[in-house]
Design a protein around this ligand. Structure first.
Ligand code: SAM
Length: 220
């Protein structure tokens, strides 16, 4: 049994990984292709790893937890804000299959290129569109989405993301300040009403941009 299988078994044992679709995707996607070469030996430790520019690839348990909360389905059109390494996008692309699509927005140009290379090597580029821009605005061009996931911490939920969610859709986003955030699940009912559910505490790098930390701190 390799490190990957052991990690997945531990995430199942601890109750974080529950559904077959997420377990299968995490078994299939090679996390080692999404970390800098010199860190590959740590790819199956349950820890975030630096990917440059002050950013990280999230820890496997956080990817598992957020993906379970998002509950992606085959054929879904999904928006991710915060591409980083492209690993979370690859997990989603594996689940939505060739009938679905993942749009992922990254604000740091160099990470757009890093993620593009990683997703190409892992074979997911045909199901993933990477956009360089401010994802706090969502990505209006391909809206509406079945699901939206934000992998950076927002001071409050950006309204454009709620607007770009389909009725019946779901948004998973860490909300809070620098010290602590809570994973928040937003459900848009079919009648358009919006429900908010606060889940576990977490720590993410900040979401910047118009509806990110700069807006809330008064900077532009
Ligand atoms: N999902 C990523 C992965 O699988 O590697 C990890 C994401 S990392 C924790 C957060 C990312 O969000 C960083 O790459 C950061 O540059 C990006 N980010 C922060 N604010 C953003 C914004 N307004 N729009 C798009 N990306 C943003």
């Amino acid at each position: 049994m390799d490190n990957k299988e052991e990690l997945i078994k531990e995430l199942i044992r601890s109750g974080i990984l529950r559904s077959k679709k997420v377990i299968d995707a995490m078994l299939k996607v090679p996390r080692e292709l999404f970390v800098p070469e010199e860190l590959r030996k740590y790819a199956y430790l349950d820890t975030p790893l630096p990917i440059g520019y002050g950013q990280t690839i999230s820890a496997p348990h956080m990817v598992a937890l957020m993906t379970e909360a998002l509950d992606p389905d085959r054929g879904d059109r999904i928006l991710e804000v915060g591409t980083g390494s492209g690993y979370q996008a690859a997990i989603l692309a594996e689940i939505v299959g060739p009938e679905g699509h993942v749009y992922t927005v990254e604000i740091i140009k160099e990470l757009v290129e890093f993620a593009r290379t990683n997703l190409m090597r892992a074979g997911y580029l045909d199901r993933v569109t990477i956009i360089h821009g401010d994802g706090s605005l969502g990505y209006e061009e391909a809206a509406p989405y079945d699901k939206i996931i934000v992998t950076a911490a927002a001071p409050r939920i950006p309204q454009p993301l709620i607007d770009q969610l389909k009725p019946g859709g779901r948004l998973v986003i860490p909300v809070g300040d620098f010290h602590i955030q809570y994973l928040t699940i937003v459900s848009k009912e079919v009648d358009g009403r919006v429900r908010y559910e606060t889940s576990i505490p977490c720590i993410f790098v900040p979401l910047v941009g118009k509806y990110g930390v700069r807006a809330s701190s008064g900077l532009t």
